[in-house]
Design a binder for this molecule. Structure first.
Ligand code: CA
Length: 226
C-alpha cells in the first residue's frame, strides 16, 4: 500500500510519515503543490493525504487536476480551518474524507485504513475493449493479458477512448481528460499521444481510427471499417 503525503509543515509531515510507516505503509512525502501535482501525474498511490494551504499550487487545485486526469485514488484532506464552505468544496471536487488540524494520529490512521478498504472494494473499475483492459483505479492497461507500458498522458487518452468505446471522442474531450484548466494544450500534442498509443495497442488488434474533422474511435479486432 502506497501513500502520498502532501504537507508543507515539516514537523507534521515527519510525524505522519513515521506513524504511517510504522503501520507498514510505503509513504512518500512532498512539501509543495507543484511537486505533488507532478508526482500524482506520473505515479500510482493507494491514498493521498492532502493539505490545503500549500506553496505553489493549493490543495484544491491539486485535487481538481487529479480528478480531471480521471484518477479515483482516495483523498483525505487536512486543513487548519474547519470551515463548512471548504468542506463542501473539497467533497464537491472529489475528496473522500476530511480531517481538521490538530488531530490525533490514531484517528488519522483509522480513517486511512477505512479509505484504503473502501478504495479496494468499491472504487475499482475495469474498462475493456476486446483484448485490451484498463484498471482505472490501479492505472494499469493490459493487452492479451500482458501489461503495456504507458505514460500518464497516454493512459489518460486511452481511458477517455475506452470510456466511450465505439463512439467518436473529439480532441476537446481528450484535452479535458489530460490537462488542468490553466494549462496550454499544444496544437498537435493530442495527435502525438494518439500516435504513440496506436503503436502500443495496434499490434494487439485494437485500432484507433481517425475520423477526420471529428476525432478518434477505438475499435476492437474484427470490426469491419466502413
Ligand atoms: Ca499548509
Amino acid at each position: 500500500m502506497r501513500i502520498l503525503i502532501v504537507e508543507d509543515d515539516p514537523v507534521l509531515a515527519d510525524g505522519l510519515t513515521r506513524s504511517l510507516r510504522q503501520t507498514d505503509f510505503a509513504v512518500d512525502c512532498v512539501s509543495d503543490g507543484a511537486q505533488a501535482d507532478h508526482v500524482l501525474a506520473s505515479q500510482n498511490y493507494d491514498l493521498v493525504i492532502l493539505d490545503l494551504g500549500l506553496p505553489k499550487i493549493e490543495g484544491f487545485e491539486i485535487l481538481r487536476r487529479l480528478r480531471r486526469r480521471g484518477s479515483r485514488v482516495p483523498v483525505l484532506i487536512l486543513t487548519a480551518r474547519d470551515v463548512l464552505e471548504d468542506r463542501v468544496k473539497g467533497l464537491d471536487l472529489g475528496a473522500d474524507d476530511y480531517l481538521t488540524k490538530p488531530f490525533d494520529l490514531p484517528e488519522l490512521e483509522a480513517r486511512v485504513r477505512a479509505l484504503i478498504r473502501r478504495g479496494q472494494s468499491g472504487g475499482s473499475s475495469v474498462l475493456s475493449c476486446g483484448p485490451l483492459t484498463l484498471d482505472t483505479s490501479g492505472r494499469r492497461a493490459m493487452l492479451h493479458g500482458e501489461p503495456i507500458e504507458l505514460s500518464a498522458r497516454e493512459l489518460g487518452v486511452l481511458e477517455a477512448l475506452m470510456m466511450r468505446s465505439g463512439r467518436v471522442v473529439n480532441k476537446e474531450q481528450l484535452a479535458e481528460q489530460l490537462y488542468g484548466w490553466d494549462e496550454e494544450v499544444g496544437a498537435n500534442a493530442i495527435e502525438v499521444y494518439v500516435h504513440r498509443l496506436r503503436k502500443k495497442v495496434e499490434p494487439g488488434g485494437v485500432s484507433i481510427r481517425t475520423i477526420r474533422g471529428l476525432g478518434y474511435l477505438l475499435e476492437k479486432p474484427g470490426h469491419a471499417p466502413d
